[in-house]
Write a protein that binds this ligand. Structure first.
Ligand code: SF4
Ligand code: SF4
Length: 123
């Protein structure tokens, strides 16, 4: 059997070893997503929301809009609830930290490519 050169040995090792990269976006398996990543936030606990508008006031980007609660929404004390225009959001986390009732929550969701601005309004 012929002796293998350095390059052949390297090629063989590469052919049988586990890939160092992840086949993203085909799969998210194996992605190293850090805990506490500032991804998209969500209106996680609507029942706790009072509609106080603090989240809207503290947002430096004007990304939060308070809208009148729709029939499908949990009715808040003031009758208003926040929605987010994520095309303006810088993911600074200020609204999540300022909400006195812990209604808003970071999701770690980082896939935020949309085809239109309308699709970026998150309820
Ligand atoms: S999400 Fe929090 S800060 Fe915003 S209106 Fe509701 S209770 Fe107030
Ligand atoms: S994360 Fe920051 S920019 Fe985005 S909606 Fe909240 S306060 Fe506004």
């Amino acid at each position: 059997m012929p002796r293998l050169g350095k390059m052949e040995r390297e090629l063989l090792r590469g052919a049988v070893s586990k890939p160092a990269t992840v086949v993203y976006p085909a799969t998210k398996r194996g992605l190293n997503i850090p805990k506490g990543l500032r991804g998209r936030w969500e209106y996680a606990e609507p029942a706790k929301c009072t509609g106080c508008k603090i989240c809207e006031r503290v947002c430096p980007s004007g990304a939060i809009e308070m809208i009148e609660c729709r029939p499908e929404d949990v009715k808040t004390k003031t009758g208003y609830r926040p929605i987010c225009h994520f095309d303006r959001c810088t993911l600074c986390n200020q609204c999540v930290e300022s909400c006195p009732r812990n209604v808003l929550r970071l999701t770690g969701e980082f896939e935020m490519a949309y085809l239109s601005r309308e699709d970026m309004v998150i309820y």
